[in-house]
Design a protein around this ligand. Structure first.
Ligand code: GLY
Length: 231
């Protein structure tokens, strides 16, 4: 309506689409529609869409603008912010990608009201992660919240808090060689679960939740984490 020409490339939801074949399809699509350096890729969807669209944008013509409009909780608090792009290859998830900052991230938390409960809970695991690694007040707030509706009432504030924590981390270590690794809390054991169940048995959030418990228990066992932390 504002006078832009918009071409939509829609693909099946799910991690199974985040591969070289969809990447090639997107590039062909953009070529067919004479996409130029002055155009912009808009990623509208969850983590898979954001990661894939970001990777396409970062490699086409050595980089064209991308705007992220994440519609899931996981994408809003994590994958749309900080500039990591990726596709999966047979050897593993996210093994091919770039660091490429979006021009804008536009978050409308109204979209979260349409998410199935399991999808919302999956994103919540990453929210809990921010509480555990950085923000005691956020952690207590989540512990005290009485269910999904109570959380949804304050969700814009919670999403903002998470993005702001991520901003602080990424500003200090954009390329993931030090502090940024803190964002991977729970992801080591979590990735093993995801891979073992072929990325379909458990959601990413469920795996990360499990991984945070494993990491905390291991830390306690090794004497590096205060006793009682895992509990
Ligand atoms: N999802 C972890 C990071 O962006 O570093």
């Amino acid at each position: 309506k504002a006078g832009y020409r918009v071409h939509s490339f829609v693909f099946p939801a799910g991690e199974g689409s985040k591969n070289l074949s969809t990447y090639a399809d997107v590039l062909h699509f953009l070529g067919e529609h004479r996409f130029s350096r002055s155009d912009v890729v808009v990623a509208l969807g969850g983590c898979v869409v954001g990661d894939l669209a970001g990777f396409c944008a970062s490699t086409l013509f050595r980089g064209v603008d991308v705007i992220q409009i994440p519609t899931t909780l996981l994408a809003q608090v994590d994958s749309s912010v900080g500039g990591k792009t990726a596709i999966d290859v047979p050897q593993g998830k996210n093994l091919v990608g770039t660091f490429y900052q979006p021009k804008q991230v536009i978050i409308d938390t109204e979209t979260l009201k349409t998410l199935p409960g399991k999808e919302f809970a999956s994103g919540l695991a990453e929210v809990i992660k921010y509480g555990a690694i950085w923000d005691k007040a956020l952690f207590s707030r989540l512990e005290e919240a009485e269910g999904k509706d109570a959380l949804l009432e304050n969700i814009a504030d919670i999403v903002f808090t998470c993005c702001d924590i991520k901003r602080q981390v990424v500003e200090k270590d954009e390329h993931d060689t030090g502090l940024r690794m803190i964002l991977n809390f729970g992801h080591t054991a979590g990735r093993i679960v995801e891979k073992a169940y072929h990325y379909t048995g458990y959601t990413h959030g469920q795996a990360v939740a499990f991984g945070m418990i494993v990491a905390s228990r291991l830390g306690e066992k090794m004497g590096r984490t205060a006793l009682g932390t895992a509990e």
